[in-house]
Design a protein around this ligand. Structure first.
Ligand code: F0G
Length: 352
């Protein structure tokens, strides 16, 4: 078979797999890197801005890159079940890849704090879904304990294979752009992705495939910003439910990525996130979920603060598709108008 066959086949030489690893894939990866001219124009026309649209992965988020690795390795080790806590996307991806591998998936999500699309994905793929009366951090603590004492494989990003798979996004960016960007902007929740990207960029650099290394810039929601505030947030709050996390599992490695790359971590408010969310949809035609828009909000804030040298190339990771969270979209836009089925009534509404 010709063409793209998923991130493991594409980047096998950089991944801990052997000929014996049973590759479980949905042909994830190969997502578009889309130029964002209007975003650049609206912020600083002297910047080149690109969007890595990870919402176009098979289950609608970047998680598929890590999940193909985690589930393949789980299968290789003889495991017949996976478990995770999730703000939604990890659970959707785990459920899909477990279905593909024909093993069981157990997922725990915080009750009332997960977008509708994500919940429906986990359900339709046949996962056992528990909604927890608590937050993500509490759910993660529970599944970690279960995985230690029961024959189930933990597929949160504390599973090292998750980050191995996720680092392929950095490889793709270099392959698509022909170089590493000067800055890489990314939302931060459990802090796995920023860690994985930095690893990917460094590995490509070491292999002589990228001459440059980007500065890693992470954005947290203002009400859920443990890394920025340097303290655990007991009750994180934000409209961007995907990154509503108060005690990230990859806190240390993420900080290292930021320090090693001479980057920074900043916060954006829910208002800024929603403004960026609408702007991205209306000005660039790209519909991503609120957590992804945190990156765009971060771009706007950082440009205002004069943090990028003119002429810089920036890549922004847009982590999850907008269709994951239709409720927030409808609340953020004008509602449809109901009209009688008559030409004159329709024309009157359209103002034509
Ligand atoms: N954006 C989206 C859409 C996410 O779903 C997540 C994390 C992040 C950003 C943050 O990435 O955790 O690697 O720093 N979602 C996890 C989940 C926590 O359960 O789906 P991170």
């Amino acid at each position: 078979m010709k063409g793209w066959r998923g991130v493991i086949e594409q980047y096998r030489a950089f991944l801990p797999v052997t000929a014996k690893t049973p590759v479980v894939t949905l042909f994830e990866g190969n997502t578009p890197l889309v130029p964002a001219p209007r975003l650049a124009e609206a912020t600083d026309a002297r910047l080149s801005v690109y969007l890595k649209c990870e919402g176009f992965n098979p289950t609608g988020s970047f998680k598929d890159r890590g999940m193909t690795m985690a589930v393949s390795k789980a299968l290789e080790s003889g495991s017949r079940a996976v478990i995770c806590a999730s703000t939604g996307n990890t659970s959707a991806s785990a459920a899909a890849f477990a279905a593909r591998a024909q093993i069981r998936a157990f997922v725990m999500v915080p009750r009332g704090a997960i977008a509708l699309g994500k919940l429906s994905q986990a359900a339709i793929h046949g996962a056992r879904v528990l909604t927890v009366e608590g937050n993500f951090d509490q759910a993660l603590a529970i599944v970690r304990q279960i995985a230690e004492t029961h024959p189930v494989t933990l597929v949160n990003s504390v599973n090292p294979f998750r980050l191995e798979g996720q680092k392929t996004a950095a490889f793709e960016i270099v392959d698509q752009l022909g170089r590493a960007p000067d800055y890489h902007l990314i939302p931060v929740g459990n802090a796995g992705n920023i860690t994985a990207y930095w690893r990917g960029y460094r590995e490509y650099h070491r292999a002589g495939l990228a001459r440059e290394l980007p500065r890693m810039v992470g954005f947290q929601a203002a009400g859920a910003a443990p890394i920025y505030e340097n303290r655990v947030i007991e009750e994180p709050r934000t409209i961007a439910t995907a990154i509503k996390i108060g005690n990230p599992a990859n806190w240390g490695p993420a900080l290292e990525a930021v320090k090693d790359s001479r980057g920074w971590v900043d916060i954006v408010t829910d208002e800024e996130i929603l403004g960026a969310y609408r702007m991205l949809a209306r000005e660039e035609g790209i519909f991503m979920e609120p957590a992804s828009a945190a990156t765009v909000a971060g771009l706007i804030k950082s440009v205002k603060a004069g943090r990028f040298e003119p002429g810089s190339t920036l890549v922004l990771t847009l982590t999850g598709h907008g269709l994951k969270d239709p409720d927030t979209a409808l609340e953020s836009a004008s509602r449809p108008t109901t009209v009688p089925a008559r030409l004159d009534a329709v024309l009157a509404q359209l103002g034509l």
